[in-house]
Design a protein around this ligand. Structure first.
Ligand SMILES: NC(=O)c1ccc[n+]([C@@H]2O[C@H](COP(=O)([O-])OP(=O)(O)OC[C@H]3O[C@@H](n4cnc5c(N)ncnc54)[C@H](O)[C@@H]3O)[C@@H](O)[C@H]2O)c1
Length: 474
């Protein structure tokens, strides 16, 4: 598989970035080699499409605060004019704003477009961005179905530019340690994996309050949320998925609710509903969403029992890999606590890892605080230390301890951005960098799971797009 040409630079910051884009996409590209042409030394011109919570904070305010010496925002785009105004203020920038993406790109001629709109629209901006001659960095998930995925693959192939998928979890030191242990053959050849993720009644429920609750916007949590988990599995197992069989149901939220209201603010069931959420107590959500409802009707504190919800809240799948590993995966969205467990079974032993399972540790944090911590960016005071157990057949087990920052997706957020903007030429021996193939392979597991539920049959990944699963990840 050809890779895109990497341009190494000495000290030109813009060159350095462009090289990093190339490196991040390299190895994942599905197209022929390309030549990036760094322009003279000047700040990297960045635009953002989708000025919601993730766009304005992690890819907005944080980039401005951390990397203003090498980049500048030259345009912001959203369909909501009020949110655009708020984005300027929150990010601390004064660039032009646009309701029209094409106009933004043709007027501002950015080097890099960052896509943080709702999931079902990512493909539109990725494809146009590449076709208009820009590098593109998209938030996960790459897209929400196989046809859009194929269209992105084709756009990337015909483009001279690069596509990065922002998989932040991979960069967390805890996830990295697991990868190291597997790479080092700590348990021999891996044969099967059990992976179970629990979203709590705070964070899990939050997906049902807004667009994520509708299949045509977020592709269901099989895609919107599980893309993170499937990407980790693909990276850890170091092979491509070949076949998926899944079950799923909606049993807790949506039409299952005992009552429903218009939204939490006006709800007559405020006192009876365990999920009642008072958005008026959250200043940022008020400014970002409530004050701008009048423009597009986007209600952030929607009723999670509304009838239109058509995604699953209970999900379970078996995934077979090209290297014969089989995975048992589940995702629950109404757990009393938020956390996950994984076990890798190998020919010579077993690795067990988990995070945030309350009975394994003395945790006093509330479930709401825990979610806030994951999304926030932390400092040194947030460092925690967690175990990974390595059992070796016929031997006693050994505990490896990993220090990491619990904020910002386990410290992954900051490391991802540092790799792109600060240390682009650092070696990447564990292949943390993710591009189009990684983005595609992770969403295709979720797409296959949806199709499997609909058809009652196992779905082959190779039937979904032109990407043929490979025994060893490309
Ligand atoms: N990697 C992570 O850990 C992580 C965390 C949170 C969100 N995300 C991703 O970031 C993206 C944004 O999520 P969010 O929580 O900020 O959502 P959000 O609803 O807060 O923001 C989405 C924004 O996109 C705008 N938008 C929607 N359609 C548009 C269009 N056609 N053109 C222009 N603007 C449009 C909306 O008006 C809104 O301002 C999602 O894809 C999500 O999956 C990733």
């Amino acid at each position: 598989m050809p890779i895109k040409l990497t341009i190494m630079s000495k000290d030109l910051s813009r060159r350095k970035f462009l090289a990093s884009v190339s490196m991040l996409a390299a190895g994942c590209a599905v197209s022929s080699p390309t030549h990036l042409m760094p322009a003279p030394d000047q700040k990297l011109k960045v635009t953002l499409v989708g000025c919601g919570v993730r766009g304005t904070s992690f890819w907005g305010q944080r980039l401005v605060r951390q990397y203003s010496d090498i980049l500048e925002f030259v345009g912001l785009c959203d369909i909501n004019p009020g949110r655009l105004e708020y984005a300027l203020e929150y990010m601390g920038v004064s660039c032009p704003t646009f309701l029209d993406f094409d106009e933004m790109v043709s007027t501002t001629k950015p080097d890099l477009i960052i896509v943080t709109t709702k999931d079902s629209t990512h493909h539109e901006f990725i494809i146009k961005g590449l076709d208009m001659g820009c590098d593109v960095l998209t938030e996960k998930p790459l897209t929400t179905d196989e046809d859009k995925c194929q269209a992105i693959i084709e756009a990337e192939k015909r483009s001279q530019k690069n596509l990065i998928v922002g998989f932040n979890y991979r960069w967390s030191p805890y996830m990295t340690k697991i990868k190291e242990l597997l790479n080092d053959g700590a348990i021999g050849k891996v044969t099967s994996v059990d992976f179970h993720w629990y979203l709590n009644t705070y964070h899990g429920a939050s997906y049902f309050r807004r667009w994520h609750g509708q299949k045509d916007s977020g592709g269901t949590l099989w895609v919107h949320k599980a893309t993170h988990h499937f990407d980790l599995l693909n990276w850890w197992i170091d092979s491509d998925p070949t076949e998926v069989f899944a079950y799923g149901a909606l049993e807790h939220y949506g039409k299952n609710g005992p009552f429903r209201g218009e939204n939490c603010r006006t709800c007559p069931h405020k006192t009876d509903c365990k999920f009642h959420w008072d958005i008026t107590k959250h200043e940022r959500d008020m400014k970002l969403y409530v004050e701008n409802e009048k423009y597009d009707g986007y209600i952030r504190d929607n009723c999670l029992f509304r009838e239109e919800i058509d995604i699953y809240d209970k999900m379970s799948a078996q995934i077979k890999y090209a290297n014969d590993v089989v995975v048992n995966y589940s995702l629950t969205t109404y757990s009393p606590y938020e956390g996950w467990k994984i076990a890798f079974n190998g020919m010579d032993g077993r690795i067990e890892a988990w995070l945030d399972i309350p009975y394994y540790e003395n945790m006093n944090m509330s479930q709401a605080e825990m979610h806030a911590a994951e999304m926030a960016q932390g400092g040194k005071e947030d460092i925690v230390s967690k175990p990974i157990i390595v059992h070796r057949n016929w031997n006693s087990h050994e505990t490896q301890t990993v220090n990491y920052n619990r904020k910002g997706h386990g410290g992954g957020d900051a490391k991802l951005q540092d790799k792109i903007f600060k240390n682009p030429s650092n070696p990447d021996p564990l292949k943390h960098a993710a591009g189009i193939r990684d983005g595609a392979m992770s969403i295709l597991i979720g797409v296959a799971a949806r199709k499997s539920i609909d058809s009652g049959k196992a779905i082959k990944i190779g039937d979904l797009t032109e990407l043929a699963p490979s025994v060893k990840r490309i």
